[in-house]
Design a protein around this ligand. Structure first.
Ligand code: VTB
Ligand code: MG
Ligand code: MG
Length: 334
């Protein structure tokens, strides 16, 4: 089944940027990986942020960070609204979502699954999501539209998915972030007979797992994680196919006001992939620590090795790029 989608020509990104963004996540991953297992979340995150920003500023684009490290006053770099790129004389105008180190705790503890990740899309086409929680449900490609419903009880979603997949409920595995807030959700899932796979962090990769159930063993993602991570995951699914429904958790006045100032009119809106990523997009992620999606950075005697997945929505092409970097100086520019 083809997962490619038609996009008006004015919303197409330049193809060449696909490989350019690989350099960005590679650099961030290598910088963070030097601090793997050091118990220093902030330090590893900062190293990834610095490296990612340096590389973004070399790209021939006029970029705006729409999902970033936070507001300008709390995040000196890659803050929301920051302009990046070297496209002084009119490079393409693009929206950029970044999570330079997704899974800072995983990196600090050298546990599986931390990645450096970003998405890029035509200017004005990525959802400007505030940094709040987001309720999410996602499945991979090949299912009808009515299989998942974010407003239905979890039991109903699992029964419908099992039926659509043609398996009993115990043939369904649900990926959930291991958080006290999910206790009830987990109990309800288990009561159906479905299995729960828990992750401590990293729901961008978690959602991506749903797109390849045969290899990952994960059929569906459910629960509440970060909204920035939701938009990044939506960009990946836009490229590889699948469905996702999300709702921002705007449970205080200040969060609702903040969302409104970012252009969000209906605080209860249910976002589908196309609402979060409206045009052509690119997505890349490089492994920092080893994980089931990507290998982590390897520091060898003569080479630094990285593994990156890069995707482009308009063609649905997914590339896994294993790189041997021989010029170490390029990673020492701080
Ligand atoms: C998730 C997960 C991230 O934040 O989005 C989670 O994917 C949500 O926040 O890796 P809480 O940790 O507060 O539950 C991360 O764990 C960290 O960005
Ligand atoms: Mg981060
Ligand atoms: Mg994160």
């Amino acid at each position: 089944m083809s997962t490619t989608i038609s996009v008006p020509p004015q919303l197409l990104l330049e193809r060449i940027l696909t490989l350019e963004i690989v350099r960005v996540t590679e650099r961030a991953a290598v910088s963070a990986a030097r601090l793997r297992g050091h118990g220093n979340e902030k330090g590893a995150d900062q190293a990834a942020v610095d490296a990612m920003r340096r590389e973004l500023n070399k790209m021939p684009i006029e970029g705006t960070i729409v999902i970033g490290e936070g507001e300008r006053d709390e995040a000196p770099m890659l803050f929301i609204g920051e302009k990046v790129g070297a496209g002084i004389n009119g490079g393409p105008k693009v929206d950029i979502a970044v999570d330079p180190l997704e899974g800072t705790t995983l990196c600090a503890k050298n546990m599986p699954g931390s990645i450096a990740t970003m998405a890029m899309a035509e200017g004005g086409t990525l959802l400007h999501a505030p940094d709040v929680y987001m309720q999410k449900i996602a499945i991979g490609p090949g299912y009808d539209k009515n299989v998942i419903d974010i407003d239905a009880p979890p039991e109903d979603n699992i029964h419908r998915l099992a039926q659509a997949k043609g398996v009993p409920t115990h043939g369904i595995t649900v990926l959930v972030l291991d958080r006290p807030r999910h206790a009830e959700l987990i109990a309800k899932i288990r009561a159906t007979g479905a299995g729960v796979q828990l992750i401590t962090d990293g729901d961008v990769a978690g959602v991506i797992h749903c797109a390849d159930p045969e290899n990952t063993g994960v059929d569906i993602y459910m629960g509440t994680g970060g909204a920035p991570e939701g938009v990044l995951a939506a960009a990946a699914l836009r490229c590889i196919g699948g469905q996702m429904q999300c709702r921002l958790l705007l449970d205080t006045h200040s969060k609702r006001n903040r969302a409104e100032s970012m252009g969000i009119e209906d605080p209860n809106f249910v976002y589908q992939i196309e609402d979060m990523v409206k045009g052509d997009c690119l997505f890349a992620a490089t492994g920092v620590t080893d994980g089931s999606l990507l290998s982590g950075v390897k520091f060898r005697k003569d080479v630094i090795q990285t593994e990156t997945v890069v995707m482009r929505s308009v063609t649905g092409t997914v590339r896994y790029i294993k790189a041997d970097h021989r010029q170490f100086e390029k990673f020492h520019l701080d």
